[in-house]
Design a protein. Structure first.
Length: 336
């Protein structure tokens, strides 16, 4: 009986020791019941502050599947951006992008492309007298005054078409349609005093000093002829009217008590070509360009010129005198 009891005690102790040994092995942190590969993956994916803790089963798949799971959303996001144009368009512009956008036009304005060089404007072609119409205003008489006949003949020889107009018929309407007006020295000044020429915008040659006076382009009305005088002084030899003449030039072949050199006393905007010898205030040849003003404020509507002749000078004029006459007529026609 005692032997049986001892045998049972021995068996019980053996079982107890075996169970204790198994329990100690299970509690030992150095022994792992999980496959090594699984533990390594878990440790890499989810580090633990407590080295002895056994990873949960739910953490293991996360560790092994994390790379694949993160790759898929990234690809989805990129695809969504490409497919959806509003992804970035709806974003508010940043300060930097706004600054760049505003800088571009400024830079384009600040540094424009150099303009192509332009050819110089061609000089204005000279107006030819051929076929141009002249209105010759002179004394109303029958036959026509010899001076006016001589002038009409010379104008026609230059290529002009000439129409005579009696001074008493002079009105602004009567001048319409002509290219040039020539107011002869035979014109009665009272027909110029009416102011008929004030609004006429046609180039005009006055050989009657009163015509310039009534427009305010000369300051002397009467007594504007220096008698017994055959020459004038060229003061602007470069002018086309001078035609290369300079100094004191004889314009008459003879002199007398009843004729001489007529003149005007023009305003400051006049262009003076020749004067009475010894007196530069008395202009024998001068003109006003279109747009110039007289000292009284009158604005010239077309080029207006003055020539020094007095009655009968067509018979005693020198070649130089005729050259100056031709030149002033052509210059006035240009209407500068």
């Amino acid at each position: 009986m005692k032997r049986l009891l001892l045998l049972l005690i021995a068996v019980f102790m053996t079982i107890a020791m075996s169970a204790c040994s198994s329990s100690e092995k299970a509690a030992d942190p150095g022994v792992s019941t999980t496959p090594a590969s699984t533990v390594t993956a878990t440790a890499t994916a989810t580090p633990s502050a407590t080295p002895t803790a056994t990873p949960k089963a739910s953490e293991t798949p996360a560790a092994s599947s994390t790379p694949a799971a993160s790759a898929t959303p990234a690809a989805t996001v990129e695809a969504t951006k490409a497919a959806s144009p509003t992804a970035d368009a709806t974003k508010a512009p940043t300060a930097a992008s706004t600054a760049k956008a505003s800088e571009a036009p400024a830079q384009a304005t600040a540094a424009p492309a150099p303009a192509a060089s332009q050819p110089e404007a061609a000089q204005k072609a000279e107006v030819s007298p051929q076929g141009k119409k002249v209105l010759l205003v002179g004394r109303d008489s029958e036959p026509l005054p010899a001076e006016d006949v001589a002038i009409a003949s010379r104008l026609k020889g230059m290529g002009f078409s000439v129409t005579h107009l009696a001074d008493r018929e002079l009105t602004a309407d009567a001048t319409k349609g002509y290219d040039l007006i020539y107011v002869s020295q035979t014109t009665n000044s009272k027909f110029l005093k009416t102011g008929a020429m004030k609004e006429v915008a046609i180039p005009t040659v006055y050989v009657k000093s009163h015509g310039m006076f009534y427009l305010g382009l000369s300051s002397q009305e009467e007594g504007t002829t220096v008698k017994k005088l055959k020459s004038i002084d060229i003061v602007d030899s470069k002018s086309k009217i001078a035609g290369g003449l300079s100094g004191t030039v004889e314009v008459y072949t003879e002199t007398g008590d009843n004729f001489g050199v007529s003149y005007g006393i023009p305003g400051k905007e006049a262009k003076v070509i020749a004067t009475v010898p010894g007196d530069k205030t008395k202009a024998a040849l001068y003109y006003y360009d279109k747009g110039a003003k007289g000292d009284n404020g009158y604005e010239v509507k077309a080029r207006l010129s003055y020539y020094y002749w007095s009655n009968g000078m067509q018979d005693t004029s020198t070649d130089a005198g005729w050259k100056l006459w031709d030149n002033i007529v052509l210059w006035t026609l240009q209407n500068g």
